[in-house]
Design a binder for this molecule. Sequence first.
Ligand SMILES: [Zn+2]
Length: 260
Amino acid sequence: MTNIDHSFRPPDSFVELSRTLGDPAEDMVILAEGNTSARAGDDQFWVKASGRSLREISAAGFVLVRFDPLLAALHRTLTDEEVREVLREANDDPASGKVPSVEAFMHAWLLRLPGVHVVGHTHPTALLPLLCLEESETLANSRLFPDEIVCCGQYACWVPYVDPGIELAKAIARSVLAFQEQHGQLPKVLWLQNHGLIALGATPAEVISASRMSVKAARVWQGLLAMGRPIHILPDSLRARIESRPDEHFRQKMLWGDPA
Ligand SMILES: [Zn+2]
């Protein structure tokens, strides 16, 4: 365990992102649902403390944890008690009485991906019906309008349902590596079957954009499915064009800012 510098706090922009995702108007989480994380150097990251509500979270609602014990655990099969022990070991400020969210395992793995500094995980009401459909994987791979591609990428990475916690972290790792192999790039968003959404970003603004645009696209999907009419999906060739357009890169920079 390192010496704790209590003046070391999560960045304001990250705390603000967390509260935005928890805002009832966004309808992405209620109660203590969802969690967020941000890198704090090479060895540590901030993650929501278990049981906290994103809606009113402050800097004190986050725990500083170390990557190494969490990442090492992903190579093992652990009992529930062993999982709690790893979370205790990773906690860099156990005297605070705060316990890291059990989703700290997946946050640790995702925050080590190149270019990912911030992660936001929510359970959007608009997206959950799509995540519970038999064809959710097909929908995750479909795109309806250009801004969905700009903010959420050409495809979402679909993750089959598993127990939240360490098993979910392992499933996410498998799905993201398969996605990277297939598409030659990392996803911006992940769809967790029967569960929720994960948005990855270099900045908090990128995570907000991807989360909000995923909710908007989900509402469009709901409208289309209710109409029961034939649907025009954007073809792959057009998607690649939109993602590579220089004016879209400029817009992305304006929306999301430069990584810290
Ligand atoms: Zn969740």
